[in-house]
Write a new protein. Structure first.
Length: 305
């Protein structure tokens, strides 16, 4: 990983907001801190003399890294879970809420139907409840687990610091996922508007797109680039022709919705800057990847990374 990529990506992933009330009754400060559990975690819940912040983060790290060691594909899933949580009402854990008879939850909106990793969050929450009941929010667990999963994949103890103190949200609004999340078929102008609505800029957009260096995608997220880009049965002209042929073999016209393709060709489990090389070679999987070359500033940043 280039120094520029690691520094910028780490900086962007520290960005977080809080929103909503608390699912588990967790009442923490609205201010995020690296020591938010020093006063809120009862001493009886901790081993004698231990730092509550270290204790709770160690539990998250142990469970997460054990899971990723068993299944490396969980790392990109946990990172995506965190990103999708944060882009709707802030990093409030609402991505975990189930739909009710009256309201459809975020997790059931189209962009979130392929999300995974929630079972790891549940496992961590169970262990933390045994130690410190109703203290550590699911929102904090998601943020910590994303960091620890990617750090393990990268071979580092910690790629970026994660402050804690988020509250868990209760609001169920599936339509907000579609209205807020950057979508894989978005052009540059649409992507930038959605990032700017969160107080983020073009640097954030390019840096966070780099998360596509790990993980896979289902064919439906990019099939239009192969078979019907402008509604006339054509292929996206910005897509490398040889790469388009490879994608067509993996995702034929009548593809199986369960088929997945690496977002970073042949490099989907290595957290590095290779994604940006792929984008420059016109082999970005999504329309949103190719869109980074549409703007002079974002194109320069892609080259810089």
């Amino acid at each position: 990983m280039s120094p520029s990529f690691s520094v910028v990506l780490a900086t962007m992933l520290v960005v977080a907001t809080t929103a909503g009330a608390c699912i588990a009754g967790v009442e923490l400060s609205l201010e995020l801190s690296l020591s938010s559990y020093l006063l809120s975690c009862p001493s009886t819940c901790l081993q004698h003399g231990s730092d509550p912040n270290i204790a709770e983060q160690q539990i998250v790290k142990d469970v997460t890294q054990a899971a990723v060691q068993r299944n490396p594909a969980l790392a990109p899933k946990l990172l995506k879970l965190h990103f999708h949580d944060c882009f709707v009402r802030g990093c409030d854990g609402s991505i975990l809420l189930d739909s009710t008879a009256r309201n459809k939850a975020e997790k059931d909106a189209w962009p979130n139907l392929t999300l995974g990793g929630s079972e790891i969050i549940d496992e961590i929450k169970t262990k933390l409840e045994e130690r410190c009941p109703r203290v550590v929010s699911c929102a904090d667990i998601i943020a910590l687990a994303a960091r620890d999963a990617v750090s393990f994949l990268y071979g580092s103890d910690s790629l970026w610091p994660v402050s804690t103190g988020r509250k868990d949200g209760r609001v169920l609004k599936a339509e907000e996922a579609l209205a807020n999340l950057p979508l894989p078929f978005s052009d540059f102008a649409t992507l930038l508007r959605r990032f700017q609505s969160k107080g983020l800029d073009v640097i954030d957009l390019v840096a966070l797109s780099g998360a596509h260096t790990i993980g896979v995608s289902h064919c439906e997220s990019f099939a239009a680039r192969l078979y019907d880009f402008t509604g006339k049965g054509d292929t996206d002209p910005s897509l490398d022709k040889r790469y388009a042929e490879i994608l067509r073999t993996k995702c034929p016209p009548k593809f199986n919705n369960g088929v997945t393709v690496e977002m970073d060709p042949s490099c989907s489990l290595s957290f590095d800057s290779h994604y940006y090389q792929v984008v420059e070679q016109h082999m970005g999987l999504f329309r949103s990847d190719a869109a980074l070359l549409e703007d002079s500033t974002s194109a320069w940043l892609v080259d810089f990374m």
